[in-house]
Design a protein around this ligand. Structure first.
Ligand SMILES: CC(C)(COP(=O)(O)OP(=O)(O)OC[C@H]1O[C@@H](n2cnc3c(N)ncnc32)[C@H](O)[C@@H]1OP(=O)(O)O)[C@@H](O)C(=O)NCCC(=O)NCCS
Length: 151
């Protein structure tokens, strides 16, 4: 059974195997443990963790400022995709944010990332596009799609 809990900097080591598995190295989108820790050290930094019988299988890293939350990263172990874990993470994030009177969750997703369909499924809508926002390891550029979910 999947359980979603709020974590802290103490849990960053446990999410790193998911980070390194979930993100395609071609795009260099995985964060280092130090990057995660520095976000969690900021006011409003938040980590949600998905566990299956004690094993960490997914996470969501976000940051809230006043009434807005930004979803920075979400990842699920490849072997556990399409089992509703990402959905449970976003549902929990929505609940936490609603409890904090956030009015909107924003995110950026690389154009072409299949996560776009996941976000649409979760109710996010496209609100903008930034040209050549991401640079891949091979030097190619990709647009970023800005999405928002009103709470
Ligand atoms: C995006 C991600 C977190 C989704 O997690 P997940 O646990 O597989 O998602 P869910 O099982 O909750 O999916 C819910 C619904 O979203 C949609 N969806 C999820 N992944 C999808 C995909 N790859 N392609 C199309 N639709 C998808 C489907 O409608 C799915 O329902 P279904 O399986 O019944 O058809 C996961 O694919 C991932 O870790 N990707 C790599 C990391 C990444 O790119 N993160 C986003 C940028 S930070």
């Amino acid at each position: 059974m999947i359980e979603i809990t709020e974590g802290s900097g103490l849990d960053v080591a446990a999410i790193m195997p998911v980070m390194n598995d979930a993100f395609d190295p071609e795009f260099g989108e995985a964060w280092t443990a130090a990057q995660c820790l520095s976000t969690l050290a900021m006011p409003g930094g938040r980590l949600l963790i998905a566990k299956n019988g004690g094993a960490t299988v997914g996470f969501a890293l976000s940051r809230g400022v006043i009434d807005e939350e930004e979803l920075l990263l979400i990842g699920v172990l490849k072997t556990a995709h399409r089992q509703g874990i990402g959905q449970k993470l976003i549902t929990k994030l929505n609940q936490v944010c609603a409890g904090l009177s956030r009015s909107v969750i924003f995110l950026e997703v690389r154009n072409g990332n299949s996560a776009y369909s996941f976000y649409e499924y979760m109710g996010f809508q496209t609100v903008g596009r930034r040209a050549s926002y991401y640079k891949s390891i091979d030097g190619s550029y990709h647009d970023s799609i800005t999405m928002a979910l009103s709470l």
